[in-house]
Design a protein. Structure first.
Length: 40
Protein backbone atom coordinates (compact mmCIF):
# COMPACT_ATOMS: atom_id res chain seq x y z
CA UNK A 1 0.00 0.00 0.00
CA UNK A 2 0.88 3.66 0.13
CA UNK A 3 2.56 3.27 3.50
CA UNK A 4 4.96 0.66 2.13
CA UNK A 5 5.81 2.82 -0.88
CA UNK A 6 6.71 5.74 1.37
CA UNK A 7 8.84 3.41 3.49
CA UNK A 8 10.73 2.31 0.38
CA UNK A 9 11.26 5.93 -0.68
CA UNK A 10 12.55 6.80 2.78
CA UNK A 11 14.88 3.80 2.83
CA UNK A 12 16.18 4.81 -0.59
CA UNK A 13 17.09 8.30 0.66
CA UNK A 14 18.20 7.19 4.12
CA UNK A 15 21.90 7.21 3.21
CA UNK A 16 21.66 10.62 1.51
CA UNK A 17 19.58 12.59 4.02
CA UNK A 18 19.81 13.11 7.79
CA UNK A 19 17.58 10.73 9.71
CA UNK A 20 15.59 13.70 11.05
CA UNK A 21 14.67 14.65 7.48
CA UNK A 22 13.90 11.17 6.17
CA UNK A 23 11.82 10.02 9.11
CA UNK A 24 10.06 13.23 10.15
CA UNK A 25 6.28 13.44 10.28
CA UNK A 26 4.33 12.67 7.12
CA UNK A 27 2.95 16.19 6.62
CA UNK A 28 6.37 17.82 6.86
CA UNK A 29 7.98 15.17 4.67
CA UNK A 30 5.35 15.66 1.96
CA UNK A 31 5.55 19.44 2.09
CA UNK A 32 9.33 19.46 2.11
CA UNK A 33 10.00 16.96 -0.65
CA UNK A 34 6.90 15.98 -2.60
CA UNK A 35 6.58 12.98 -4.87
CA UNK A 36 5.79 14.64 -8.22
CA UNK A 37 9.24 13.77 -9.62
CA UNK A 38 8.47 10.04 -9.28
CA UNK A 39 5.76 10.26 -11.94
CA UNK A 40 7.89 12.07 -14.51
Amino acid sequence: GERMEKWVVRKAFESYLPESVVWRQKEQFSDGVGYSWIDT
